[in-house]
Design a protein around this ligand. Structure first.
Ligand SMILES: Nc1ncnc2c1ncn2[C@@H]1O[C@H](COP(=O)(O)OP(=O)(O)OP(=O)(O)O)[C@@H](O)[C@H]1O
Length: 323
């Protein structure tokens, strides 16, 4: 991607192995200030490893990583960074307010604790020990902590896993506000609709290799298919629909509701109207990121839709810190 300013995050020719597993294989990526980038990939693709290199928690075996032009292992570089790892170990006996105050104490100009807790809907829990919070509340606190130091870049690894709809939307709002204020965001998520809703650029990693790196618009255009949704009692089984309706290359059916995939939705709608078919509830929709993703990593696309499992680690990594 082109960037007129020096990139905020620069990954150049990076390889990282864990014993005989090549988690990242010659990955290069530049992220400019103010970008909101979604990183997608099946389980074990290398996403978390990439974030751990950018945050300086791990070192690459070869290649270079720069955060705001510096080695991310330096304290000065890390001060520009906010991080929400996939799992956050909160000290169970500390109160929410105390945890935020503790993290805030590491920064010169932190967001006031009350303001941050208010923004994340946690103000009423300020006096509660973190051990007494629900999973979703802990997740909200983990993301709030990434913003306490007014970072110029945040790395969010599966930020909304386990959140209910309200919690997820509140986090989306916080991420958008941060981004609107000029912040740079790298986000991984197994919820493709989340990446589609938030990210402007998508990087697809699979088996440690960058398979695609483009704007959301271009990624979606790669699919080249439109979805026509309708209800009908006149259509045959889904796999027989392409023979019945010219231009349909694939169909799925649930009861009398059909989703028809076609490169030319206009022609299909004309065909439906002139065919005399009895139908209602017609909708025409663009491709989704999920469809684009399925095409890019077709051999293992079902993995992406599984909730993230705890990866089977074959070795302990002394550099992994508080991961
Ligand atoms: N500390 C470690 N020791 C051994 N192998 C590791 C370690 N960390 C990661 N790996 C392996 O490196 C590969 C990439 O893992 P990584 O956690 O980066 O994937 P991911 O894309 O974040 O996956 P997920 O979506 O499941 O979180 C996997 O094969 C994983 O098992």
């Amino acid at each position: 991607m082109t960037a007129s300013l020096a990139p905020v995050v620069s990954v150049a020719g990076v390889t990282r192995r864990f014993n005989d597993v090549v988690a990242l294989d010659d990955v290069s990526l530049d992220i400019a200030a103010g970008e909101l980038v979604g990183i997608l990939g099946p389980n074990g693709a290398g996403k978390s490893t990439l974030l751990s290199l950018v945050s300086g928690q791990r070192k690459p075996d070869s290649g270079t990583v720069r955060l705001c032009g510096q080695d991310p292992r330096l304290t000065a570089a890390r001060a520009t960074l906010g991080l929400t790892p996939q799992e956050t170990g909160l000290p169970a006996t500390l109160k929410v307010r105390e945890v935020v105050d503790f993290v805030a104490g590491h920064y010169a100009d932190p967001v006031p604790t009350g303001e941050l807790l208010e923004q994340f809907g946690l103000a009423e829990l300020a006096g509660r020990q973190t051990g007494g919070m629900s999973g979703g509340q802990k997740r909200r606190l983990a993301v709030a902590l990434s913003l306490v130091g007014r970072p110029s870049v945040i790395l969010l690894d599966e930020p909304t896993t386990g959140l209910d709809v309200g919690g997820r939307q509140a986090l989306w709002l916080a991420i958008r506000e941060y981004h609107a204020g000029g912040g740079t965001v790298l986000l991984t998520s197994h919820y493709l609709e989340e990446v589609q809703a938030l990210a402007h650029r998508v990087v697809v990693i699979d088996e440690g290799v960058v398979r695609a790196d483009d704007t959301m618009t271009n990624i979606l255009e790669r699919v080249g298919l439109r979805r026509v949704v309708l209800h009908s009692a006149d259509l045959p089984a889904a796999d027989a629909v392409p023979a019945r309706l010219p231009g349909v290359i694939r169909a799925s059916r649930e009861g009398d509701r059909y989703e028809l995939f076609t490169p030319d939705a206009d022609a299909l709608v004309r065909e439906l109207v002139t065919s005399g078919l009895d139908f209602h509830g017609l909708e025409v929709r663009g491709a989704t990121l999920e469809e684009a993703f399925e095409q890019m990593v077709a051999h293992r696309s079902s993995d992406l839709l599984r909730p993230p499992a705890t990866p089977a680690r074959t070795a302990t990594d002394p550099e992994a810190g508080a991961r």
